[in-house]
Design a protein around this ligand. Structure first.
Ligand code: NAP
Length: 277
């Protein structure tokens, strides 16, 4: 495939960390393609423009909307019904999802127990991707959601043994978890300063991962810090899902040292743009 024209596509796209991270990854691979930020409202009207690119990162709200424009999906993206990475070959679009692997890589880097008892907040796109990635690892999963019907639908897709509870039930409970993952948008810039759960819930969890990366240290992570928990920051998932996109596009390989350094730089850049927390 050609490696000349790449873009992130979303709406509204505003401040995005994608150009910062992807340009650094291309530079590590000795490449310097164009990388655009494309604010597109209706993807179905933009197919011709997308076909002229070589690779695309898809962000909110288009991770499902891109699917009808694709010539095919890989197995994981088909299962998740979510696409965040597109490879363009001879004008045809092929879809992949790297959110789940990016999350698991960030969790593994911090020795979080991914095969224990996980509490996952939310039932949106990120929650789906993470749940489908975690379940084969053999642990148990509880989904805390504000809309239990939506939670039950996701649990049914995921298979037996996934428990669904409301946030009220979670706050009133006593169950302990090895890992808490926030995959809701609560705490995200510009409505930062709010945690999806109280310290009472955080206290019952060993490791705390927040998929929200803007601000860098969310209110949830601040609670975890005060309570001495093992913390995993959303920016690491963002960097590792981007790394996986480069592996798909051109078989890139990077050293762990280079990616750790990029995680630190991206954290500083996030704090500069969205605030440290
Ligand atoms: P999404 O599909 O819109 O899902 C958002 C989820 O948050 C939904 O389940 C929604 O509940 C829930 N939610 C929103 N407000 C809530 C509230 N007040 N109380 C409880 N739940 C609430 O978005 P997404 O794509 O999954 O993204 C979620 C977050 O993850 C965003 O902040 C995004 O930036 C982040 N993310 C990070 C990465 C990364 O690489 N670090 C990757 C992907 C996403 P309902 O289901 O009831 O609507």
């Amino acid at each position: 495939m050609k490696l000349e024209a790449f873009a992130v596509v979303g709406h509204p796209i505003g401040h995005t960390m994608s150009p910062f991270i992807h340009k650094k990854l291309f530079a590590l691979g000795g490449l310097s393609p164009e990388y655009q930020v494309l604010d597109m409202k209706d993807l179905s009207l933009e197919a011709d423009k997308l076909r002229q690119l070589d690779g695309i990162n898809i962000t909110i709200p288009h991770k499902q909307a891109i699917i009808p424009l694709l010539s095919g999906l890989d197995e994981k993206a088909a299962k998740n019904q979510s696409v965040n990475t597109v490879m363009v070959e001879n004008g045809q679009l092929w879809g992949y999802t790297t959110d789940g692997p990016g999350c698991c890589k960030a969790l593994a880097n911090h020795s979080a127990n991914c095969a224990g008892h996980t509490l996952l907040l939310g039932a949106g796109g990120a929650a789906r991707a993470i749940a489908f990635e975690l379940l084969p690892l053999g642990g148990t999963l509880t989904l805390a959601v504000r809309d239990k019907e939506k939670g039950f639908r996701l649990a049914e897709e995921l298979g037996l043994g996934v428990k669904v509870i409301s946030f009220t039930e979670l706050e009133g409970g006593t169950e302990e978890y090895s890992l808490l993952i926030n995959a809701t948008s609560v705490g995200m810039y510009p409505k930062s300063g709010v945690s999806p759960v109280s310290g009472q819930v955080v206290q019952r969890c060993e490791s705390i991962f927040d998929a929200v990366y803007n601000p860098h240290e969310t209110a949830l992570l601040q609670l975890g810090k005060q309570l001495g928990k093992n913390l995993i920051y959303g920016i690491e998932m963002l960097v590792y899902q981007a790394v996986a996109a480069h592996e798909i596009w051109y078989g890139a390989t990077f050293t762990e040292g280079a990616i750790s350094a990029l995680c630190r730089e991206a954290a500083q850049e996030t704090a500069k743009i969205f605030g440290a927390g």
